[in-house]
Design a protein around this ligand. Structure first.
Ligand code: SF4
Length: 114
């Protein structure tokens, strides 16, 4: 996730001066359209695509591992915050020993019935 944010910032930092330079060469009314289209095409759309790829690549870890129900799991980084390691479907950093339910799951009465 940090990589997505990093490259979004880099693309933004490159696009702003490019648009600034283009302002002198393009009709003012057309320039706004170019700005909107280039911001979407260069900054927003690639970030959305990268985020979708990130989610699909980590879908199994996010949905069907013990970590996905643990309070120490950071979904945005796919990271165990307690052990500072990235769990996978085959690798749990704590081997299940430090698992704690999320507070939202504890309040759900159906959580322990399955
Ligand atoms: S403490 Fe254990 S179960 Fe919880 S996120 Fe870390 S590795 Fe996963």
């Amino acid at each position: 996730m940090g990589e997505i944010v990093y490259w979004t910032i880099i693309r933004t930092a490159l696009l702003i001066p490019a648009l600034w330079v283009l302002e002198g060469y393009i009709n003012h009314q057309l320039w706004w359209s170019v700005c909107v289209i280039s911001i979407y095409g260069v900054i927003i759309h690639p970030a959305i695509l990268r985020y979708r790829t990130f989610r699909s690549k980590n879908q199994e870890v996010l949905e069907s591992t013990l970590c996905s129900t643990c309070t120490h799991f950071d979904e945005s980084a796919v990271l165990c915050m307690l052990h500072d390691k990235h769990p996978t479907k085959a690798f749990l950093p704590c081997e299940g020993l430090d698992w704690e339910p999320k507070s939202s799951d504890v309040n759900n009465e159906d959580f322990f019935e399955d």
